[in-house]
Design a protein around this ligand. Structure first.
Ligand code: MLT
Length: 200
């Protein structure tokens, strides 16, 4: 997968950055560096092109995912992280995903399909990536969710459904709703920042 790796303090977790639709591997670097300037960064570009916009898996329409692509691309990402940990010599068990929108959805999909795929995750405006499957236990994992009460793509109900599903996997979930839409807000980034420093 196209990516950037920025090596920093090896005693810190490694941020796995996953952009939103039409983004690039550069988009979330300033946010990761704002949260912890000393943590290494593995930032990816989604493999799928939707009319030239990079994504991490195909969708049939807004909010309706192509499940075959979702499952395949999630496995590709999981394997890529395993290989990157060897190549760049970082601790595979200390990954913290930071994903926005489509990137948050594939991070959620990692948690729903692959045990021990992520130690922590900051999911900004995530949806429920997959319903109706057997979800693995992910004990010792914690997730921060940033959501918007006026998000036209993700209803409060969908955010709450995601929280319930993740908690049933044994994941500790903290959720912050801000009074915004689907775009990233400074408020949620500051809330994620506080959460991160409490957790590490
Ligand atoms: C997006 O545009 O990224 C969607 O709202 C979320 C997704 O398709 O995964």
């Amino acid at each position: 997968m196209k990516h950037i790796f920025i090596k920093k303090d090896q005693a810190k977790p490694v941020f796995l950055l996953l952009h939103g639709t039409g983004g690039t591997e550069r988009d979330l670097i300033p946010i990761a560096e704002h949260i912890d300037k000393d943590a290494s960064i593995l930032s990816l570009r989604g493999n799928i092109s939707e009319n030239g916009m990079a994504r991490f898996f195909k969708r049939l329409q807004e909010g309706i995912f192509d499940e075959v692509s979702l499952v395949e691309e999630t496995a590709v990402l999981h394997h890529f992280i395993d290989e990157a940990a060897k190549e760049y010599d970082f601790d595979r068990d200390e990954i913290i995903a930071l994903g926005y929108s489509n990137g948050a959805n594939i991070a959620g999909s990692l948690l729903m399909h692959h045990p021990n795929s992520l130690k922590k995750a900051i999911l900004l405006h995530p949806m429920v990536p997959r319903r109706g499957i057997h979800y693995p236990k992910q004990l010792g994992t914690s997730v921060f969710i940033g959501a918007g009460t006026n998000d036209p793509l993700v209803s409060r109900q969908e955010t709450e459904e995601l929280v319930t599903l993740l908690k049933a996997q044994g994941i500790e979930v903290d959720t912050v709703f801000t009074n915004h839409g689907h775009a990233l807000s400074n408020e949620e980034i500051e809330a994620a920042n506080i959460w991160y420093h409490k957790k590490i």
